[in-house]
Design a protein around this ligand. Structure first.
Ligand SMILES: [Zn+2]
Length: 223
């Protein structure tokens, strides 16, 4: 499977003359043609091969549920990426903390769940804050590894928002580590990607890590 995401982009015009200048970018994954019938058949064969008895009322529809569950986990919701001119010249960190991450480890196809913290030093444009969570979902809803997920979120925001600095930290617990293998229950994996001023400047980087560590509750700081 290709690592690089494919997007269909559609530029929207301004809503009206009075609307503030903005740029909206429709971000949608190309249809992958999930074939739920084939997936259900394959799930049946898979479970039977593992010795699971599907001839009970409770399990009869499990292969179909399994197929739908994985299709959902591999399908990010489309969204409009809206950016606004940074007219106020805001030049401090904007941080969205504890954005939920729900992804699937591509090595075992078991979920990994946790949070992402995304912060940036705005350049000429700022981003609708709820969109940060959508960008996280865009890259989480696919077979994934946490390191690549972190880099893809950062690279995508760098390309589309062009901030002066950017930081992405993902903390997640991998079920493939907790329910099998080493069975390291409660262990979390932390990955980070830093761009621009947050990478180059120690003080900016320290402020970013201090702020994302300050609280564990979902919160948004900044404009
Ligand atoms: Zn795994």
């Amino acid at each position: 499977m290709s690592v690089e995401p494919l997007f269909a982009h559609r530029l929207n015009g301004a809503d009206s003359v009075q609307a503030p200048p903005r740029t909206a970018l429709r971000v949608v994954e190309p249809p992958r043609g999930a074939n739920l019938v084939d997936a259900e058949q394959a799930a049946t064969a898979f479970l039977v091969a593992l010795g699971v008895d599907l001839d009970t009322e409770s399990l009869a529809a499990t292969p179909a549920r399994m197929a739908r569950a994985y299709a959902e986990m591999f399908s990010p919701r489309p969204f409009d990426l809206t950016t606004f001119p940074n007219d106020a010249g805001y030049d401090e960190l904007i941080i969205a903390r504890a954005i939920p991450v729900q992804s699937v480890c591509e090595h075992h196809l078991l979920p990994f769940v946790g949070v992402a913290h995304v912060g940036y030093l705005p350049g000429e444009r700022i981003l609708g804050l709820s969109k940060l969570a959508r960008v996280v979902e865009l890259f989480a809803r696919r077979p994934q590894v946490q390191e690549r997920l972190t880099q893809q979120i950062a690279d995508w925001l760098q390309d589309h928002v062009a901030p002066r600095g950017l930081g992405v930290v993902v903390e997640a617990e991998h079920l493939c580590m907790t329910v099998r293998g080493v069975r390291a229950s409660g262990a979390s994996t932390v990955t980070s990607a830093l761009h621009g001023q947050l990478r180059a400047d120690a003080a900016s980087r320290a402020e970013f890590f201090t702020l994302i560590a300050a609280h564990k509750q979902p919160e948004v700081r900044g404009a």
